[in-house]
Write a protein that binds this ligand. Structure first.
Ligand SMILES: CC(C)(COP(=O)(O)OP(=O)(O)OC[C@H]1O[C@@H](n2cnc3c(N)ncnc32)[C@H](O)[C@@H]1OP(=O)(O)O)[C@@H](O)C(=O)NCCC(=O)NCCS
Length: 379
C-alpha cells in the first residue's frame, strides 16, 4: 500500500490548473512573472511594481505605481484590536501568530462582507500592506519593543526594516530586502499557492484562502526551510573550521538527512533566484565585515553539489542574507509571507475570475469493498 501511495503522492508534474501569472521552466531554470524574467525584475524593478504586475498582468505607468504606493502606505496601519490580540497571544512562533492575526484581520476589513472583484482587489492591496506590518510588529514585540508607526515616505522594503528595527535602513540594506521580496513574490503552483487556490475555488473569502496558504507555507518542506538553513549554520558555528563544516554536512548526508535549502520539485538546474541571493549574502556580509556565514554557505553548496548533485534553492542564501540584515531567524518564514502575499492574492483573484471547484480523486487502496458489517456485540 505504501508503494501505491508513494507512486501517486506529491502530484509531481501534474498540471492542476491554467494560469497566466507565472512561467516556470525547471529544465532551463527560467522564472518569469507575466513573461517578465525574474533576473530583469531583480535588477530593475521594486516590490511595489512587482505587486502591480502580479495583480494587473502588466507593468504600471508612473501614476499607477504612485497610486499603488499610496494605497499600500495607507494600509500599513494595523487596527488597534489586532495589536491588542498580538499582545495577548501566548509565546508562539511567527507563522502561528501570522496565521491567527491574518484571520482576525478579516473581521476588521473595510470590505469584509463584499466579495466583488473590486473589493477583492482592495483586499489584496490591504493584505500586502498589513502582512508586512504584522510581521514587523510581531518581531518588534517579541524582542520586547513597542510597535513602531509606519513611515509613509518609505518604500515597502525600507518601511518593513524600519518598523522591525526602529532604524531607517541604508540604501544597500533597503535594496537588498526589496530584491528578496521581488524574488519570493510568486512561484507558480507551489504548495501554499495551491492551498490558497483550493480554498478560493470553494468561493470562500480572500482572508480564508490566505490563512490556508500561511498554514501551508509554515512547513519545513516549504517556507520553513529558510529558518532551518540558519539553524544548521548556527549549529555548525560561525567560527567552525572547514573540516568541521565538511564533517557535519557529510555526516548528515551519510545518515540520509536532508540539508535544508537544497533540492526542488521543479528545478533540474539552479533555482534562478539563488544567484541573486548568493550575491546579496556576499555583499551584505562584506558591508558588515563578516562573511563567515556566506563562506560557510559556499562550502556547504559545494559539498552538496558534489555529493548529491543538488542545487541550492531560494531558501539557502536567503538565510545568510536575512541574518546579515539583522533579521532574527524566527522571522525568516514570516518574511517569506510578506512577499508571497502578492502572489497568493494574485492567484486567488485569478481563481475567482474563472472559477470551478477543485475536487480531485484518490486511487482507492483500502480493504476490499464491500466489507461485511458485524454488529458491535458479535465483534
Ligand atoms: C524541496 C523538496 C521537498 C522536494 O522534494 P521532492 O521533489 O519530493 O523530492 P524528494 O524529497 O523525494 O527527494 C528526492 C531524492 O533527493 C534527496 N534529497 C532531496 N532534497 C534533499 C536535500 N535537501 N538534502 C539531501 N537530500 C535531498 C532525497 O533524500 C531523495 O533521495 P532518495 O531518492 O535517495 O530517497 C526536497 O528537495 C527537500 O525536502 N528539500 C529540503 C527542504 C527545502 O529546502 N525546502 C524548500 C523548497 S523551495
Amino acid at each position: 500500500m505504501a508503494e501505491a501511495i508513494r507512486a501517486r503522492a506529491g502530484l509531481e508534474d501534474v498540471v492542476a490548473t491554467a494560469s497566466a501569472i507565472c512561467y516556470l521552466d525547471g529544465e532551463r531554470g527560467v522564472l518569469a512573472y507575466y513573461g517578465y524574467d525574474i533576473h530583469d525584475l531583480a535588477r530593475e524593478s521594486t516590490f511595489e511594481e512587482t505587486c502591480y504586475l502580479l495583480w494587473h498582468g502588466r507593468l504600471p505607468s508612473r501614476a499607477e505605481l504612485g497610486d499603488l504606493q499610496s494605497q499600500l502606505a495607507a494600509s500599513r496601519q494595523l487596527p488597534e484590536p489586532i495589536i491588542r490580540q498580538m499582545r495577548s497571544l501566548p509565546p508562539t512562533n511567527g507563522m502561528d501568530a501570522l496565521r491567527t492575526l491574518t484571520s482576525a484581520l478579516g473581521h476588521y476589513d473595510a470590505d469584509a462582507v463584499d466579495d466583488s472583484r473590486q473589493a477583492n482587489s482592495r483586499k489584496a492591496v490591504r493584505l500586502a500592506g498589513q502582512t508586512a506590518s504584522l510581521v514587523a510588529t510581531y518581531g518588534r514585540m517579541s524582542a520586547g519593543g513597542g510597535p513602531i508607526q509606519p513611515d509613509p515616505a518609505l518604500g515597502h522594503a525600507a518601511n518593513f526594516l524600519y518598523m522591525l528595527t526602529g532604524n531607517r535602513p541604508g540604501a544597500l540594506a533597503a535594496r537588498a530586502f526589496d530584491v528578496a521580496l521581488i524574488l519570493h513574490a510568486d512561484h507558480e503552483l507551489n504548495a501554499s499557492t495551491f492551498a490558497a487556490r483550493v480554498a478560493a475555488a470553494t468561493l470562500s473569502d480572500m482572508h480564508s484562502a490566505i490563512v490556508a496558504a500561511i498554514g501551508t507555507l509554515k512547513g519545513p518542506l516549504h517556507g520553513g526551510a529558510n529558518a532551518d538553513v540558519m539553524r544548521l549554520l548556527r549549529d555548525i558555528g560561525a567560527d567552525a573550521s572547514r573540516e568541521r563544516v565538511d564533517a557535519v554536512v557529510r555526516g548528515k548526508l551519510a545518515r540520509k538527512e536532508k540539508i535544508p535549502g537544497f533540492g526542488h520539485r521543479v528545478y533540474r538546474t539552479e533555482d534562478p533566484r539563488a544567484a541573486h541571493l548568493r550575491r546579496l549574502s556576499r555583499e551584505l556580509g562584506e558591508r558588515a565585515g563578516d562573511t563567515r556565514w556566506f563562506e560557510m554557505s559556499l562550502q556547504i553548496e559545494s559539498i552538496v553539489k558534489t555529493e548529491k548533485k543538488l542545487n541550492p534553492n531560494v531558501d539557502f542564501y536567503s538565510a545568510s542574507t536575512y541574518h546579515a540584515l539583522g533579521i532574527p531567524v524566527e522571522l525568516f518564514t514570516p518574511i517569506f509571507a510578506v512577499s508571497r502575499i502578492s502572489g497568493w492574492t494574485a492567484h486567488v483573484l485569478e481563481q475567482y475570475a474563472n472559477n470551478r471547484l477543485i475536487r480531485p480523486r484518490t486511487e482507492y487502496v483500502g480493504p476490499a469493498c464491500p466489507q461485511i458489517y458485524e454488529p458491535l456485540d458479535r465483534r
